[in-house]
Design a protein around this ligand. Structure first.
Ligand code: ZN
Length: 394
């Protein structure tokens, strides 16, 4: 694949979002970015036979990254039934459709944090080989959970240290890109532990991180409970999912743990779906305010936030990534900050050094949107063109 194209637009956000070229251009060659610079310069210096994609009134930016999805869930009120009862072929086809829908919104990379039978790995292969169109996928396969614990129906139940070793080895053999652990309870599983209750001891969490590391894999930890968050950070996980600081007595955060997150570069994926307004209404004004304050305190302390929708769980659609970003803007995050959460910071936290910014040698994962997302975030909903690894899909 040696197809070249020169994209010319009013604005190029190379990333981080404060690196902007007014009147910019990006040259794609053989699936990679070959050059980024001023349009006038590149347009005149690059051979006239190279096709030009002229995009007046538009911005070029890195493809967006959703750090927390479940392609095997259907976003209905009962996603468990849809996963457990589905025939594998039908489920695979549905997952491929959801992945394609995500790509159409400008999301060029997704990290799937829990599926069944490693079906996401098969989808990853069919997308990377070009058989199917979709975002690049990082797959966690079956999340480790306690017996009867959060998302036990996905097949990753463990009790003993040996179980932990065996399940991690099984996931690695199935092609997992990382290990996911359900460190605390969650909202989805009937009869499982409460959201603030730990599912693993600190020793077990350390074993999980060490064992994953032996297979060359990082760990993403689902953690709502304040104690569990502290234990996960101490154990050395790479990302904390949800990070809602719950206790039996309400939201209680620990500034010392937050400082350690910053020091150890543990990123927080504070999953929010596009219908967050409904979620806030259900929480009530007091709890919503407490939740917002903790997020802002983590931001102030310098915690690296990364963008994730939890797409697939009830109410979390696969086509409303921008709605999630708008939640953070509603809290006072700048547009540049949320763009970084969606691109450069997400790539860093996921250990991807070849996407999330536009620079020579990077994968050509990029989107062209109408308008300027730094001025109006809604312009991210006006996707004109999408490239994934240099392949133009729209
Ligand atoms: Zn999740």
């Amino acid at each position: 694949m040696n197809n070249k194209v020169l994209i010319i637009a009013d604005l190029v956000i190379a990333g981080p979002a404060n690196q902007v070229t007014v009147g910019g251009a990006v040259l794609i060659e053989s699936g990679l970015i070959a050059a980024v610079g001023a349009a006038a310069e590149l347009d005149s210096s690059i051979d006239a036979t190279v096709p030009r994609l002229r995009c007046p009134g538009a911005t070029v930016l890195p493809g967006m990254i959703d750090c927390h999805v479940h392609l095997s869930f259907d976003a209905s009120l009962d996603p468990i039934a849809a996963v457990v009862q589905a025939d594998p072929d039908k489920l695979s086809a549905a997952m491929a459709g959801r992945a394609e829908r995500m790509l159409a919104t400008g999301v060029t990379t997704v990290r799937d944090l829990g599926d069944r039978d490693a079906l996401t790995v098969a989808l990853r292969t069919s997308i990377s080989s070009g058989t199917r169109v979709g975002p690049r996928i990082l797959a966690a396969t079956a999340p480790l959970t306690s017996r009867g614990g959060h998302c036990a129906f996905l097949g990753g139940e463990v009790t003993t240290d040996d179980d932990i070793r065996t399940q991690i080895a099984r996931n690695a053999a199935a092609g997992a890109d990382l290990i996911k652990v359900m460190a605390s309870g969650g909202a989805l599983t009937p009869g499982g532990p409460r959201m603030w209750e730990a599912q693993f001891t600190p020793d077990q969490l350390r074993l999980i991180v060490a064992e994953a590391g032996r297979h060359g894999l990082a760990v993403a930890a689902h953690a709502h409970g304040s104690d569990t968050i502290a234990h996960c950070v101490a154990a050395g996980v790479r990302t904390i999912e949800h990070c809602s600081w719950r206790t039996a007595a309400g939201i209680v955060h620990d500034p010392a743990v937050i400082r350690r997150m910053v020091e150890d570069d543990v990123a927080v994926c504070r999953c929010v779906s596009g219908d967050w307004q409904l979620f806030l209404d259900q929480m009530g004004p007091e709890r919503a305010k407490a939740m917002a304050e903790v997020i802002l305190e983590m931001r102030e302390a310098g915690v690296r936030f990364i963008a994730g929708t939890d797409a697939g769980v009830p109410g979390a659609r696969f086509d409303d990534y921008v709605g999630m970003l708008e939640f953070f803007v509603s809290l006072g995050f700048t547009h540049a900050e949320v763009l970084d959460m969606a691109t450069v910071d997400a790539a860093h936290a996921l250990g991807l050094s070849d996407t999330g910014t536009l620079a020579p040698g990077m994968r050509a994962d990029l989107i062209v949107v109408s308008g300027n997302p730094l001025a109006e975030l809604g312009s991210l909903r006006k996707v004109r063109h999408i490239f994934t690894a240099g392949r133009q899909v729209s």
